[in-house]
Design a protein around this ligand. Structure first.
Ligand SMILES: [Zn+2]
Ligand SMILES: [Zn+2]
Ligand SMILES: [Zn+2]
Length: 150
């Protein structure tokens, strides 16, 4: 079922790219399909690697450009994590990335949980923060326990 939906989306997006004057190659179609089929985040390098296992002749610049186009069209959003740029499907990026500075463990916190802090900052300076765009560094629960037991 969900497979069918994503097939429709891929075809629709490929059509949209073509209608906007972008060349649609098998490589580009595979990049769109790989990105849309990913749960969670995917890095451009991982998209390139996975796509090149199925379609030859994928170069990094095509991957970067296609991901940028998908973002311009509103299908994906990017975040800056410890290991670089990552893309999410729009609608699945609504979380804050927490990264443990000690063990590297990554966790996701629903962005709704940060609303009180967001309101606080808005009230103080009028600035509206986007906590989901960069990862937040700190200590995970296990590392905190280790630290406390010292
Ligand atoms: Zn994420
Ligand atoms: Zn950015
Ligand atoms: Zn940790």
């Amino acid at each position: 079922m969900s497979h069918q939906i994503s097939e429709v989306n891929v075809a629709g997006i490929v059509e949209e790219l073509r209608a906007r004057g972008h060349r649609v190659t098998p490589q580009r179609r595979a990049i769109v399909a790989e990105t849309l089929g990913t749960e969670g985040h995917i890095a451009p390098q991982a998209v390139a690697k996975k796509v090149s296992e199925r379609v030859p002749g994928v170069n990094a610049s095509t991957v970067y450009r296609t991901l940028e186009l998908l973002e311009e069209l509103g299908y994906v959003s990017h975040a800056h994590l410890e290991d670089g740029f990552q893309y999410h499907l729009v609608g699945r990026g609504g979380h804050v990335h927490l990264v443990c500075a000690r063990c590297g463990r990554q966790e996701a916190l629903p962005v709704e949980k940060t609303v009180p802090f967001k309101r606080l900052i808005e009230k103080h300076s009028g600035f509206s923060p986007d906590f989901s765009h960069f990862s937040i560094s700190g200590l995970c629960a296990a590392c905190r326990k280790l630290q406390d037991s010292r």
